[in-house]
Design a protein around this ligand. Structure first.
Ligand SMILES: [Zn+2]
Length: 279
């Protein structure tokens, strides 16, 4: 899954590379299931062609490309979507959903090998009605720096286990399996600890770890896991996978205490932890 650091890495570069550019042509190539708000491909192409991109923002894991037509292009990269800045000469990947060419030259290609990503252009007034999930998102820990006191308030009285707390999009927007595991390891807390059971010192550790892990992951342009095809818009894979401490490291030595990392079933997925370092 693309999580906050990967989506934010893409958003920043996309904003830098496409703001102020005008769409010359939009070639819609993927299956219609990738374009849920459009009756046909022409409908989507017409909404993009001639429009100028005015800025790129993010709500949780959704990328919002603002257009000067008062429409917004809504891109959900889901578990395997990518966006690449290319030239027309480069060979077209067969999983390409959309190619946007600019009047100033250059292209953006939206690619998805996972068949989960979606793209739509909707009126900005309709955005919340068309995407109600965007309205129920919790705090964005990168967009809106949270004070640790407010964070402590969020944990108070919560019966959820810590991993569920961190990955609940209505509490904190943007965290998934990878970063929740990493944050819990760095803060020395078990994923199955109940949120409301934390001491003040543990809350401070969890808070610091949340902020530091996300900023570090963005600094390294996100995590490219085997087979997930993640790269930034220049085609360069992220590098945070080299810095992961527990996620995907089953049976490897803990970087802190050398005891092997364990992988345990957690709901419908897995969680990685060090039984010795996390209490
Ligand atoms: Zn350890």
């Amino acid at each position: 899954m693309r999580e906050l650091p990967e989506v934010e890495t893409i958003r920043r570069a996309l904003d830098k590379e496409s703001s102020g550019k005008k769409v010359k042509t939009a070639e819609v190539l993927g299956p219609m299931s990738a374009f849920p708000h459009h009756p046909n491909k022409k409908h989507l192409a017409h909404k993009l062609e001639g429009a100028k991109i005015t800025g790129v923002s993010r709500k949780g894991l959704t990328i919002l490309v603002a257009l000067d037509t008062d429409d917004v292009m809504v891109v959900d990269l889901a578990s395997g979507g990518s966006i690449f800045k290319t030239t027309p000469k480069e060979p077209l990947a067969k999983e390409t959903l959309l190619v946007v060419a600019f009047t100033q030259g250059g292209q953006l290609r939206f690619v998805d090998a996972s068949s989960t990503a979606t793209i739509s252009v909707v009126s900005s007034d309709d955005l919340m009605a068309q995407y109600p999930g965007l309205g129920s998102l919790g705090l964005d820990p990168v967009e809106t720096p949270v004070s640790w006191i407010l964070f402590a308030e969020m944990l108070r009285g919560r019966k959820a286990k810590l991993k569920a707390f961190l990955t609940d999009q209505t509490t904190l927007a943007g965290l998934g399996e990878v970063y929740a595991d990493e944050i819990l390891f760095t803060s020395g807390l078990r994923p199955d600890r109940v949120a409301s059971s934390l001491t003040t010192q543990e809350i401070r550790r969890l808070y610091r770890s949340l902020v530091e892990t996300l900023h570090d992951a963005i600094k390294y342009r996100g995590t490219a896991l085997e087979g997930d095809g993640y790269a930034d818009i220049y085609g360069k894979p992220g590098e945070y996978q080299d810095h992961l401490k527990v996620h995907g490291r089953e049976k490897e030595a803990c970087r802190r205490c050398r005891v092997p990392i364990v992988k345990v079933r957690y709901g419908s997925s897995f969680t990685y932890l060090c039984e010795q370092c996390q209490v």
